[in-house]
Write a protein that binds this ligand. Structure first.
Ligand SMILES: [Fe+2]
Ligand SMILES: [Fe+2]
Length: 149
């Protein structure tokens, strides 16, 4: 990649950069959390859940990558530190936590969509509207699974 002497074409506030790093930290958290839950699941009902956990975990890592690319373009340095990971012991405990984490992501990403719009950063706005839709799907999947646990 060529060296940028003049900085990116789009400039955003420190606050928005901080929110993007918050998003990366939570994506890293759930990427690890879901894949480790996929490894550590138990019980008969776990059969139905384990593939879903793995697939969603990998999707979260892709979100982390996409957000990191955007943050780096905007002049920020992507964090390598996840927010605290909760694996849990029972399946019910695991999925109940995952529902909460998806709710947290949905809340934060709505704020980022709004903030990016206010700052005229259309690309970040679009990226987070796309990711937001996927987090709503994850939330839907986890709440449906939780009903049967
Ligand atoms: Fe995500
Ligand atoms: Fe998610």
């Amino acid at each position: 990649m060529p060296k940028r002497n003049l900085g990116p074409a789009t400039k955003v506030s420190k606050e928005l950069l901080g929110m993007l790093n918050q998003a990366i930290a939570s994506e890293l958290q759930v990427a690890i959390q879901y894949v480790w839950q996929h490894v550590q699941w138990g019980g008969v009902k776990g059969f139905a859940v384990q593939d879903e956990l793995r697939a969603i975990g990998i999707a979260e890592m892709k979100h982390a990558e996409a957000i990191a690319e955007r943050l780096y373009y905007l002049g920020g340095i992507p964090t390598t530190k996840p927010t605290p990971i909760f694996v849990g012991t029972t399946l019910k405990e695991m999925i109940a936590q995952d529902v909460k984490d998806e709710e947290g992501a949905i809340k934060l990403y709505k704020q980022i969509v709004e903030k990016a719009r206010k700052e005229g950063d259309e690309t970040t706005n679009r990226l987070f509207r796309e990711i937001l839709q996927q987090e709503e799907d994850h939330h839907d999947t986890f709440t449906t699974l939780l009903e049967d646990l």
